[in-house]
Design a binder for this molecule. Structure first.
Ligand code: ATP
Ligand code: MG
Length: 322
């Protein structure tokens, strides 16, 4: 039988325990074209040592699940690049591989969460301390959007150090390239914007050691804090780990990969504005409908009054009234 995207979508949706591994490559290709599941948004925290591939996996999840990606490291680097007050304060800590102060990190992230215009999102690199985790939990509680999955990536240390030495980034977008297995199409140039790539100042063996130790110290308490929704996935390459991530999302949340336009942090703000406009339009429509029904009721009682009311309504609308 020829399987349409809709068939696959509804079959897998019914059986939440079904995994991507049950589909043949052709079905998987169709599967990736399914509309995203709107019933159960993805609210994921991605943890992992420096260079474990959080950025790479985030890009894939953005593409396949339409999630918004909020990376604390990228956010800080953008602030440094734009020479904001927060960026100037953060740069010394980052250059040494130390955590930036909680209060600084929290205020930056809080602004981003407020602008989040996509119900499906993933956090990369935040929270990193218990204080940050508790602050995040209470913020998300208020938004009635608690985290529903925490994934910790574990990659052997020797593999990671090699990766970091070969890593180049496009700072404005956070896109990551690796000279050995994911080089840019044109050397030193971002594939999408054509802008130059940079080497992160903290991607050197000395600072890497500090960052690695810092990750080891924070990992256990954070995983413990989220123990009911946390899972650790292991592998040597991002290609090995990605299918495991997808399986966890499908199995634990019943979510399906699908294609959705990917809002960047800036377009998240635009999304929030358009949501506000839509809500306003809905309110106006409801008001218009109410006035329409009121007129109808009036017409039944007295056709003359109804005509006067209708004229008044037209005038007030023309004057930009409610
Ligand atoms: P990767 O190399 O995979 O990007 P990483 O964890 O070393 O992983 P980033 O997440 O980009 O790198 O973070 C870079 C630096 O930014 C950290 O070393 C730290 O100084 C700062 N930083 C990032 N997130 C936080 C946070 N949640 N709290 C405090 N400092 C942070
Ligand atoms: Mg990163």
């Amino acid at each position: 039988m020829f399987l349409t995207r809709r068939h696959i979508f509804s079959a897998v949706r019914k059986a939440t325990t079904t995994t991507m591994t049950h589909l043949n490559p052709c079905q998987k290709a169709l599967f990736h074209d399914c509309p995203v599941n709107e019933l159960q948004p993805l609210r994921l925290l991605l943890l992992g040592s420096p260079g474990s591939g959080k950025g790479t996996q985030s890009n894939r999840l953005q593409k396949n699940f339409g999630v918004a990606h909020l990376s604390s490291g990228d956010l800080l680097r953008r602030n440094i690049n734009q020479k904001t007050t927060a960026g100037l304060r953060a740069s010394d800590y980052m250059a040494k591989g130390q955590l930036v102060p909680d209060e600084l990190m929290l205020s930056l992230i809080d602004d981003e969460l407020t602008l989040m215009g996509n119900p499906n999102w993933l956090l990369d690199g935040f929270p990193r301390t218990i204080l940050q985790a508790k602050a995040l939990d209470s913020r998300l509680q208020k938004l009635t959007q608690p985290l529903n999955l925490v994934i910790n990536l574990e990659v052997p240390e020797d593999v990671i150090l090699e990766r970091i030495m070969d890593r180049w980034v496009h700072i404005p977008s956070g896109r990551v390239y690796n000279l050995s297995y994911n080089p840019p199409r044109v050397p030193n140039t971002d594939d999408v914007t054509g802008e130059p790539l940079s080497k992160r100042p903290d991607d050197n063996p000395e600072v890497f050691r500090v960052r690695m130790q810092q990750y080891k110290d924070m990992c256990a308490p954070i995983l413990d804090h989220y123990s009911s929704i946390a899972v650790t996935l292991r592998g040597n390459t991002s290609d090995e780990i990605y299918p495991q991530i997808e399986r966890e999302i499908v199995n634990r949340l019943g979510l399906l990969p699908g294609v959705l336009s990917v809002p960047s942090t800036t377009s998240m703000a635009a999304a929030a504005v358009s949501r506000h406009k839509r809500e306003q339009q809905q309110r106006q429509t409801t008001l218009g409908e109410k006035q329409h029904h009121q007129r109808k009721r009036q017409e039944k009682r007295s056709p003359l009054n109804a005509a006067t009311m209708s004229d008044n309504h037209t005038e007030s609308a023309a004057a930009g009234g409610p």
